[in-house]
Write a protein that binds this ligand. Structure first.
Ligand SMILES: Cc1cc2nc3c(=O)[nH]c(=O)nc-3n(C[C@H](O)[C@H](O)[C@H](O)COP(=O)(O)O)c2cc1C
Length: 397
């Protein structure tokens, strides 16, 4: 699973250091190439011989490795070598240096030279883990995109019980594996997405349509496929290309879309209706092209189309339902009503009053309306909005 991944393990002076032998073992067993750097304090808790045997590489703990020959550990090369640096256990002392940059040992020099992602598994006693300095330092690391693994809870070396243990080696292993192959909650889920406009025929030549480009729905389909979902895309007329992993069904009218969606809905886990489906269609479709000399085209009688979302909302069992609404006025009130009337789990609201949002553009600005809360987004690329929507769906799943 981790075949060929280069993992640099930093070990500090915590009693939990003895568990790193297991961590090195499970990482190497999974095919990872592991190099270990210890702080001088860590040498009191775990021996270099144990870790070099298990990692099959010499371990490093000092800048100068051989006083007589002047051989030294190249911290820059080590920092640049790694695909991921994991500091486990991370003591309160080292944690503070990761934030301040105080560089008085090899491990910190390697950390400051590393250009790969960093993960830390802090370990300390109850009051140390609860100290405001610890909390602040961990927060700062997270702000700087260092992945902080949570403290484990239970019996501590001091005899106290509570928060402060290092995460178990197997859990750290899972976090590392997840880093290289994120297991999205959408993996294997069947997601049905609708996209684009519908065309409602007047006669064999003319139709009533709308300006939807399909970009939002196609971005969603791509993003969901990237997360390993089994994506089924029902698309109205567009010129967009789809990802080869996506099952695509082309439809033209609201009736076609209704039929395709209701056929697929039963086996679906999540339905995202981002298509701009016509609300009305001509009550009759002329068999031949209507001639303007013969027919008064100024008046076309319309009838309501099938309401796909309302239908699916009424029959849904386990499925999550996500709808889109494009409004021009009194947006939130309309959106809340739609969410409730159609039994949706999330409504993604666009307002045509927002510059850069809506039809044809590559950007969109949406508001997430849930049954219990409303969250306003910023103007983003449609691909980024698609990722945000999928994040929300993963959260709900
Ligand atoms: C028996 C023993 C256990 C310790 N366990 C921890 C610990 O779990 N977490 C911690 O932050 N410090 C612990 N310390 C204190 C650190 O070893 C000490 O702060 C040291 O300076 C850390 O250095 P380093 O961060 O460079 O490895 C322990 C000390 C002793 C003597």
């Amino acid at each position: 699973m981790l075949k060929g991944k280069k993992i640099l393990l930093g070990v500090t002076g915590s009693i939990a250091a003895y568990k790193t032998a297991t961590l090195v073992r499970v990482l190497t067993k999974a095919g990872a190439d592991v190099r270990v750097v210890l702080t001088p304090s860590a040498l009191s808790f775990v021996t270099p011989l144990t870790l070099s045997t298990l990692s099959k590489h010499p371990v490093h703990s000092a800048y100068v490795e051989n006083e007589e020959t002047g051989e030294w550990a190249n911290h820059v090369a080590l920092g640049k070598w790694a695909d991921l640096m994991v500091i486990a256990p991370c003591s309160a002392n080292t944690l503070s240096k990761l934030v301040s940059g105080e560089c008085d040992n090899l491990l910190i020099a390697v950390y400051l030279s590393a250009s790969c992602p960093i993960m830390v598994a802090p370990a300390m006693d109850l009051d140390m883990s609860d100290h405001w300095t610890t909390k602040k330092n961990l927060e700062t690391l997270e702000e700087k995109h260092v992945r902080v693994l949570p403290f484990g809870e239970g019996e501590l070396a001091s005899g106290l019980t509570g928060k402060g243990r290092m995460m178990e080696p197997e859990e750290i292993f899972d976090a590392i594996a997840d880093h290289f192959d994120p297991r999205s909650k959408l993996k294997g889920k069947r997601i049905l997405i609708t996209a684009g406009p519908t065309y409602e025929a007047i006669d064999p030549v003319r139709y009533i349509g709308n300006h939807s480009s399909g970009k939002m729905g196609f971005a969603l389909a791509q993003a969901a496929a990237d997360r390993g979902a089994d994506v089924h895309l029902v698309s109205g007329p567009t010129h967009l290309q789809h990802d080869p992993m996506v099952h695509r069904y082309d439809v033209v009218s609201a009736k076609d879309m209704f039929e395709k969606v209701t056929t697929l809905f039963k086996d679906t886990d999540v339905l995202i209706m981002s298509a701009a489906v016509a609300d009305y269609r001509p009550a009759t479709i002329a068999e031949k092209k209507l001639k303007k000399e013969v027919v008064d085209l100024a008046v076309i009688e319309l009838e309501k189309t099938e309401d796909i979302l309302a239908h699916c909302g009424a029959i849904k069992e386990k499925q999550l339902l996500v709808g889109f609404a494009l409004e021009t006025d009194d947006e939130l009130a309309h959106a809340r009503r739609k969410l409730e009337n159609k039994n949706l789990d999330l409504l993604v609201l666009n307002s045509l009053r927002d510059a850069g949002a809506g039809f044809g553009t590559d950007t969109n600005k949406v508001t997430f309306v849930f049954p219990d809360q409303v969250r306003e987004g910023e103007l983003k690329l449609k691909t980024e909005v698609a990722a945000d929507i999928l994040d929300e769906i993963e959260r709900m799943l």
